[in-house]
Design a protein around this ligand. Sequence first.
Ligand SMILES: [Zn+2]
Length: 462
Amino acid sequence: MPNVTFYGACGVVTGSCTHLDWGENRALVDCGLYQGDEELELRNWQPFPFRPSELTAVVVTHAHLDHTGLLPRLVAQGYSGPIYCTGPSRGLISLVLRDAGQLQEEEVRYARRKGYSRHADPQPLYTEEDARQVLKQLEPLPFHEERELFPGVRLRYVRAGHLLGAASVEITGKGADGERRTWCFSGDVGRYGVPILKDPEPPAAAPAALLLESTYGDRRHLQEDAAEALGRIIEETYARGGMVIIPAFALGRTQDVLYYLSALADAGRLDPSTVFLDSPMALEATRIYERAESEHDEELDALDPSPLREGRFVAVRTVDQSKALNTRGEPAVIVASSGMATGGRVVHHLLHRLGDRRSSVVFVGYQAAGTRGRALVDGCETLAIHGQTVWVKAKIHQLQGLSAHADRDELLRWCRALPAPPQRIFLNHGEDPPRKALVVAIAEELGWPRPVLPLTGDSVPW
Ligand SMILES: [Zn+2]
């Protein structure tokens, strides 16, 4: 019987993976990495609950690791078919997966050298070479055009506004009753009216079923002026002689941060030569963003020079250049990944600056439970970094206005734009409090059928 099984992002915001089964053909929508605490990250090492070699197709909604990060493992374990993505996603997927493979190899080397792993012989989850194999299987598709996924099943992408190339996907196929019906997989839904990317678009077909993300299902983003809030923090920190560390996802958040930093520089409030973009991946992602002109919104097009232009701020490429920032005495802004401080160069900057009460750390995206970022925004007094305990003396800020995810009102707005209410609604990609709050909002404010909160491994008919 054709069915859908929810294998990831059930009650959490990472590990997106949904399995579609028509017997002779099977597909995945997303194959994401779990990120967060140890229990979550251990799930990445478990065997897939299906045979990768028996899949016919994989459909990716966007490049973020929590939607793509297990593709190298899937391919290494025998999946050899097409991996569909949108055209603008392709470059970012390539970037993020190669980086993930490198990072995992690097972390294993570092753990071996420092001897802090509990494993006698730590191994990477996958290698850069595994990631490169994925790229050979990518098949970019245009937005809005319906294509065959495999015989009898079709798909179509529409813009989701969450990240360059991010999409919602409509998949149409027959159920056990012989009826053709469409499922809409929202992917991660972005915000309306924010600069750089075009707004989320409604799916074209009325879906019989909807799988909707719920990251901020219980929250309304503060309508703060992001440039103003960031400007105030930077000015106060500079006045104290401190550093501003901005942990930012290399894809998406970094480009937004650059947009607002650029606005401050245009207003004469920030010297661009004191802003360091310390992430080769973010530098590359910014170049890909700048080139993807079809995806830019009017606000970005109106700016000259573009905030995404190479040379607008100081590019930090080498490890030595990055290390030199550790001993810099004058105030500066350092934008580095990863956004939840789970890895990457920002961890080293935190190690050096968290103990400095003149400095500030500014979080600009979602902080998943179990991450260092979450611990910091929740007000922890100490933080463990690479086997050391660091006292948190720096000021910790979180800017809500820079979120990449729709809030509860924007999720409802996205729902209202569907051509007709779905008969079945499932919520994933959210922790339980926001999922539950969104159930109530959808049932009561939209008058739609009460959404279901699937558990990992739950199956429902197509
Ligand atoms: Zn995402």
